[in-house]
Structures are given as C-alpha cells and as structure tokens.
Write a protein of this length. Structure first.
Ligand code: F6P
Ligand code: MG
Length: 478
C-alpha cells in the first residue's frame, strides 16, 4: 500500500532532504541539547540532574551518529507499541545510513529516536525539549496575535448581528459574506503554517513577524498556486443547509504557538458561523518536527491567553539580548484576547472543540497506510464532513513524499485516501519540501525559472521556503 513512485532521499543532492540531513538536523539536535542543559542546570533534584546529564549524552551520541553517517540503530524498547513497526521498517530498508535513506522515514525516526531517550528516564518522561522555543516564538508573534484577536471579535459580532437581521439581508448576501469570511479565515490558517520552527534555523524573528501580518497575507494570495477553498466552502455550506444536525470538521494539526492560534481562530469561526457543530483537533503524542502541537501546548496557549499581560511582560531571550522591554497591552487588547479565550474555552467545555491524539500521526509511514494500519482512525475520519490537514509534513505524508511529476492530480497522489475513500480531505500547505502535485501543466517549470526557483539544477528550490502554497481538496465521499 505504498506508491510505486520512489520517495525523496537523503542521498539525492537535488533534494531538500540532502541538506536537511547534513545541515538542519544537527542544528535541531544541538538546540535540543542546549534546552536540556538549561533545565538540568536549574534542577534542584539530584536524580533529575543525573538523568538530565544522561539525556544530554544520548542526544550528543545521536548527533555524532548522524554527522558521521552511521547506520540508523534499531529503537530500544521504551514500552510504546510503535517501536516494533519502526524497527521492522528499518530492517526492511536494509539498515540504512543517515545520508542514504528515504527522507521521510529518517526524519520521523529522528524525532521518535529522541523520544525514546526521554521515555527511558523516570523524571524526564513527558519533557518536551522544544517547549521553550515554541513559547518564545509565540511570544514574538504578538503583533499578529493582537491584530487577529481584534479581527475575530469583529467577525463574531458581525456574525451575530447578521444572523439577527437575517430576514433583512438577502440569503444570497449572507452566504456570500460567509464564503468570503471562510476564505479569509482559512488563508490566515494556511499562512500560519509558513513559520514553523524546524525551518527557523534560517529565518530571523523579523522575517517571522513580516510573514504574519494582514498585509503580508493579502500580498501572498498570488502565491497560492491551487486554491480549492471555494469548493470546501460549498461542501460545508451544503451540509449546513441540508439540516443535518451533527456536522464535524477535523483538523490534523501541525505547529504549536502562532499556527495553533490561527487554527483555533478557524475552528472558532466554523463553530460560530454554524458551518460545523464540532471540531476535532488531532495533536501529536511526542515532541515532533520541533514545533508540532502536543496536548500540553494547547493548555499552554489557553493559559497564556488567560493572563495575556503577564505572558507578554515576560522578556523573550531575543529581546533580552537587544535590551528591549515589552510595552504593556492596552485594555482593549487584553479584552480582545480574553474574549477569544472565553469563546474557545466555552466550545471546549461544551464538547464542541476537542483533542483526539493517536500514535498513527507519529508513525514513520505515509498516510497511504491509514486504512490498513489504523482502520479505526480511518473509520472515525469518515464521520467528518471535512478533514483539514495542516502543513508541510502532513502533505508529504498524504502524497507519500514521492517524486511525482508536479502535474499529477492530487486525488491520484494520495492513493487510498483518494476518490471513493469516504474521507473528504483538504490540505492547507505552505511548501517546505520537494513534493508538489496538482499543478497546471508547465507551472513547475515556470516557477523554477524565476529567481531562486532552482532553474535547471534538478532541484525544486522554489518549494523549500514556505513562500508558495497549495490548498487542495479531494472529495472521497463523492
Ligand atoms: O522542510 C523542512 C521541514 O522541516 C520538513 O522536513 C518538514 O516536512 C517540514 O519542514 C515541517 O513543516 P511543517 O511544520 O509545515 O509540517
Ligand atoms: Mg510542523
């Protein structure tokens, strides 16, 4: 149940996987070591300190193996049920080395391997070595967060007043307004993905803030190469009109912090507009691709919003270095942020907004395997009106990270999740890897020919930076 088209690999110099294995991953491990080092230094408990030192030495060993192109060693049994599948696949791949292995498997293995280290301890079992980075980046996205909170308030007010004057405006006008808002909220949610931390190894905080404002979003619309949002809206709107009582939307989450914030903006909008009656969020179960959402990140976000003044008065590492002190939020800003929290907490308390973790999301294989390896999750997703897959890694897994020609239809590249699967899939993805499908004939070549696009180097460089995006739908219920 994997495609015949070969996957991208770390020994292909034209693939971003090549650079990832040699340059990006060692940096990510080093940042992890620095984090554990800080927490170990602050430990008052000698056992915590002893184990912390062991964790650091294991992380250093992993980095050494990676940089010296050793074989990927079988995962030690840390008591979790997914170890066997990781090791079986490793064996099937012929015990490959770091610099000559399918990119997707190796990158998933990297994070799973890191988590075995923590799981073998007593005191660090649920420690997230990326939590500090996630929170401090969220803090630095304050301008966009504040702007969006104000926007959310006005949308919710509008929605409420529009519904009360429903008889006055025409039905068509109301629908048109809802469609425009749906597209706006979804695009906010899409571009929120441009800024994940695994790529931050080469983005400055200034770049990050530029990527997040509303002007940036408008300017970026031309960078959405395929945009199926109108079709997605029609599906949700038709279900709403049909009078169907239960209408669920799922979001397979990607990154914590700012991206989770915008995912919740979209979720809140869908619920407030009645385009969904429940939203199910799918987080990861172990620290994953640096910034992916863990259940505790959801809790941290809500508690930051519960007391935003305190949250934003904590000086970030970056500001400390620059000698900056944060300006307090205005009363209106605090009010807007608290309103958001009340909305989301209310939906959560009512069971309309829930988290549903599953180990499938941190397996090494592509989503082509979903029906066979996780049939209960597959059945569960069929219950949903629309399953939104956020971000780059989810897209790589949907398409099996295979080297498809760029004009391959999206519906074909997702294999068993395609037509007839019973699942409706919407991918919201900013491109940060090699694989791209569903483009009009000639489009890939056109962008390759632009500055920095890769030219005839054989690399699809334009698709590595998060500048371009695709929004693709496959209606597996049709
Ligand atoms: O391309 C860099 C990279 O880390 C990929 O390895 C990975 O697929 C992706 O970015 C993670 O991005 P996202 O958070 O959007 O899934
Ligand atoms: Mg991610």
């Amino acid at each position: 149940h994997d495609p015949k088209t070969p996957q991208y690999r770390t020994d292909d110099p034209t693939s971003f996987g090549y650079i990832s294995a040699r340059e990006r991953w060692p940096v990510i491990i080093t940042q992890g070591i620095d984090d554990v080092y800080r927490s170990t230094g602050a430990a008052k408990d000698p056992e915590l300190e002893r184990e912390g030192k062991w964790v650091i030495s294991e992380l250093a060993r992993l980095k050494h193996e990676l940089q010296h192109d050793r074989e990927l060693s079988p995962l030690v049994d840390d008591g979790e049920p997914d170890v066997a599948a990781y090791n079986e696949e490793l064996e099937a791949l012929g015990n490959p080395k770091w610099h000559a292995v399918p990119w997707l498997y190796a990158e998933c293995y990297l994070y799973r391997r890191i988590s075995t280290i923590f799981k073998q301890t007593q005191k660090w079992k649920s420690y997230d070595l990326f939590a500090r980075q996630k929170m401090s980046t969220f803090r630095s996205s304050r301008p966009a967060v504040v702007e969006l909170a104000a926007r959310y308030k006005s949308i919710v007010n509008d929605l409420e007043s529009k519904h009360t004057i429903k008889g006055a405006g025409t039905q068509q006008e109301l629908e048109e307004a809802e469609k425009v808002l749906f597209q706006e909220m979804s695009e906010i949610c899409l571009w929120g993905n441009a800024t994940d931390l695994s790529l931050l190894t080469n983005l400055s905080y200034e770049d990050l803030q530029k990527l997040q404002g509303s002007d940036a979003r408008k300017a970026s619309e031309k960078n959405i190469l395929v945009n199926d949002l109108a079709k997605a809206f029609s599906i949700l709107s038709a279900a709403q009109k049909s009078g169907q009582k239960e209408r669920r939307v799922d979001i397979v989450l990607d990154n914590a912090g700012f991206e989770l914030f915008v995912d919740l903006i979209l979720a809140g909008y869908l619920l407030a507009a009645g385009l969904a009656t429940t939203v199910v969020l799918h987080p990861k179960s172990i620290p994953w691709f640096v910034s992916d959402v863990l259940p505790q990140d959801f809790a941290s976000l809500l508690s930051a919003l519960a007391d935003p003044q305190t949250f934003y008065s904590t000086v970030s590492e970056d500001d400390k270095r620059a000698g900056k002190t944060p300006t307090p939020l205005s009363d209106t800003e605090v009010g807007d942020l608290k309103l958001l929290l009340e909305h989301w907490a209310g939906f959560h308390a009512e069971g309309q907004l829930m988290l549903r973790p599953n180990l499938f999301w941190t397996a090494a294989g592509s989503y082509w395997r979903l029906p066979k390896t996780e049939p209960s999750l597959f059945e569960d997703l069929k219950e949903s009106e629309l399953v939104i897959f956020k971000g780059d890694l989810n897209y790589r897994k949907l398409t099996s990270d295979a080297a498809w020609p760029a004009a391959t239809p999206f519906t074909e590249a997702i294999g068993p999740l395609g037509p007839g699967s019973g699942i409706r899939i919407l991918a919201l993805r900013t491109c940060k890897a090699d694989v791209v499908v569903g483009l009009p004939e000639g489009e890939d070549e056109r962008i390759k020919a632009t500055e920095g696009g890769g030219g005839d180097s054989g690399s699809r460089k334009w698709a590595w930076s998060g500048k371009w995006a695709v929004v693709q739908l496959c209606d597996g219920k049709a």
